[in-house]
Design a protein around this ligand. Structure first.
Ligand code: ADP
Ligand code: MG
Length: 291
């Protein structure tokens, strides 16, 4: 495209709330045939809430106090859900020392001389804990598209907290537009398989990768590029920055962190997935106009 038509296209995209940082991205966007979406904050609203609490050792208030003791030090969306729950129920977070955040696994710290852990099943199993007494409860959480967060103090597995994040009202329609445009859509998430499956079913997504550690999301992008796809990656989290940078076109959802926005060619100011088909349509029209 000529510099002039690119300028017009960039201006048009801006009207739709899609800020294009690199003019080249506008030309590449029209060739996208695979869109990879992050889950939290991208397909979902990114405002998760506690929906279920199951306790097998101790009581519910104590379990939430322990969880909040850890999550008060975290900035993960899951942490906000726990903190909002204890604020509503006026539960005082437990005292924690030596807080540690393990990317894609959970959070840990010391409480009363024991290691307190809050995170996913895979991690606690790796730590040698027997979480099977909580599996039925966890299934009821994932059946409802929630994320199960297991809680253990030392070797004692205490309970599981379900946190669910609603799909944005327009995600399904935006994904349908991509399909109409002949574009394949897949989701990549650190969440467990059952939750990923439930989210994809309600968002109308045909393919997904679950249990992907943050640093491995870029590998998925590279793998699909090697298969010949022109890949768009859409994400919001600080964790998504390498995947956004690896894609042919990275889209940062407007609510995203500064880091993610810097590694993306296009920022969607409206926080809606409709910005992706909007940018692709504008790109196709821009490139067509000059031939
Ligand atoms: P996503 O792909 O949805 O952005 P992440 O990679 O950030 O997911 O996290 C993957 C999983 O790691 C979460 O589903 C959760 O089980 C666990 N996890 C990460 N951070 C936390 C936290 N602060 N508290 C509890 N669990 C966490
Ligand atoms: Mg994320």
């Amino acid at each position: 495209a000529t510099p002039m038509s690119v300028m017009v296209g960039v201006g048009k995209a801006a009207e739709y709330g899609a800020l294009i940082r690199q003019g080249e991205a506008l030309q590449t966007a029209g060739k996208i045939n695979l869109v990879i979406l992050d889950k939290t904050g991208t397909i979902t609203a990114g405002k998760p809430a506690v929906t279920q609490v199951h306790v097998i050792d101790g009581d519910e208030m104590h379990l939430l106090a322990l969880a909040a003791g850890l999550e008060q030090h975290s900035e993960h969306p899951l942490a906000y859900a726990i903190m909002e729950k204890v604020r509503q129920d006026t539960i005082q977070p437990a005292d924690i020392t030596g807080f540690d955040s393990l990317n894609g696994q959970g959070v840990a710290g010391q409480h009363n001389g024991d290691t307190l852990r809050l995170g996913n099943r895979r991690w606690l199993v790796n730590e040698g804990l027997d979480v099977t007494p909580l599996d039925q409860a966890a299934q009821s959480i994932t059946d409802n598209a929630g994320t199960p967060l297991f809680v253990a103090l030392g070797k004692r597995v205490l309970g599981v907290i379900g946190v669910a994040d609603a799909i944005k009202p327009d995600s399904r329609a935006a994904i349908e537009r991509l399909h109409q445009a002949g574009i394949k859509v897949m989701m990549v998430t650190g969440d467990v398989d059952a939750t990923a499956k439930a989210i994809c079913a309600s968002a109308g997504i045909d393919d997904y990768r679950a249990g992907v550690l943050p640093e491995d999301k870029a590998d998925v992008v590279n793998e699909m590029r090697k298969k010949g796809y022109t890949v768009a990656m859409v994400g919001d989290g600080i964790n998504d920055a390498p995947a956004l940078a690896a894609a042919d076109v990275g889209f940062a959802i407007g609510t995203g962190t500064d880091v993610a926005i810097e590694s993306a060619a296009i920022t969607l100011m409206r926080g809606s997935l409709h910005g992706v088909p909007d940018a692709i349509e504008i790109s196709r029209a821009t490139v067509k106009n000059i031939h």
